[in-house]
Ligand binder design. Structure first.
Ligand SMILES: [Zn+2]
Length: 338
């Protein structure tokens, strides 16, 4: 029996649906690898923050992009990928996460490693297998498509994802949502949908007037059952009602949203409003390796700013459990012990 205590969110049993495996470093490993690759010259925390981490609200986009590029360079070999997957699951389990969906971009890792899709995928699976032998945690991989990829690249990842659909539990579309029309990706997500692969789309994160419409379009045009972020739905009650009527789940990443300045300040995040409105929501860490956070830190944030209780988190994790793409039998195995 697990112990749940609001003062110690690590002990709350959690379901996480939105975490980028390729940005999910353990701090000590990130420092070690960055030093080996000479991306940093010392292990001084200020230098690590300055070159590798996003820990303050972003003001200078170029310096943030440089940090992601630096972190991408760490993904350079199969051994590193296996270690990344293993340590991600080990740390998640020790943080009270029992069900976790991990998403990654074959393109992002291939740019850094030059490895084939097969080798990337197998290396990550080796780390996952090793962790599953040790920890009772349910997990599954989501294949990410990036909005800035050309059609030939998207087609290659589509082929790989469909060929491996017994392993991939879902597909996602990521990167700058304002840069490309949802319609550009209809051909791709139609095929994923027809192949029976569940779909989540990054949308409604960026604070502009068209953001709520992109949430709606992702559901209507791209078959999204879940939305990554979706917080900007708060701008339009009709979109909130639409999300609810379609039983679409919002994967909300509170700390990530403050760092990207999706809202003016920590207090103005709409998590509680969406939750009280009856929208299906979950708490997620997004890129914890780059933000230097654990999922518990997102819980801390909601407790501190919005007085969330253990009972609230039980309800939220139940919604996350129901929205998870992981096989029901696997989920039950780890969740029924509670
Ligand atoms: Zn994300």
């Amino acid at each position: 029996m697990r112990y749940s205590n609001i003062n110690f969110p690590k002990t709350i049993p959690k379901v996480e649906l939105h975490r980028h495996l390729d940005c999910s470093w353990r701090y000590s490993t990130l420092v070690e690898l960055a030093k080996d690759l000479k991306l940093i010259s010392s292990t001084d925390v200020r230098e690590v923050e300055d070159k590798m981490l996003v820990t303050q609200p972003m003001t200078d986009l170029n310096s943030v992009l440089k940090k992601f590029t630096n972190a991408q360079k760490l993904l350079h070999s199969e051994a590193v990928l296996t270690r990344l997957a293993y340590e991600t699951l080990e740390d998640a389990y020790n943080d009270g996460v029992l069900i976790i969906e991990l998403r990654y971009s074959l393109n992002f890792i291939q740019q850094a490693s030059g490895l084939s899709y097969d080798k990337i995928h197998s290396a990550l699976l080796a780390g996952i297998d090793k962790a599953l032998k040790k920890y009772p945690i349910a997990t599954g991989l989501i294949s990410i498509f990036q909005r800035d990829q050309d059609k030939a690249q998207l087609q290659r990842i589509l082929d790989f994802t469909v060929q491996n659909k017994s392993v991939f539990i879902g597909a996602d579309l990521a990167d700058n949502e304002a840069a490309a029309e949802p319609n550009n990706f209809k051909w791709l997500f139609d095929q994923l949908h027809h192949a029976g692969i569940p779909i989540t789309i990054h949308a409604g994160e960026t604070p502009d007037a068209l953001s709520p419409q992109r949430v709606k379009d992702s559901i209507e045009i791209l078959h999204a059952q879940r939305i990554g972020h979706g917080i900007q739905s708060i701008q339009n009650p009709d979109v909130i009602n639409f999300v609810k009527s379609r039983n679409v789940h919002l994967e909300i990443c509170p700390i990530s949203n403050t760092l990207t300045q999706a809202f003016a300040n920590r207090k103005s995040h709409p998590f509680r409003e969406l939750y009280e409105n009856g929208v299906s929501v979950s708490v997620n860490s997004d890129d914890p390796g780059i933000f230097n956070t654990y999922l518990s830190d997102d819980y801390h944030y909601l407790i501190r700013e919005f007085n969330f209780t253990v009972e609230d988190f039980q309800k939220i994790n139940k919604m996350a459990y129901q929205a998870s793409f992981i096989d029901e039998a696997l989920k039950k195995k780890v969740w029924s012990n509670l």
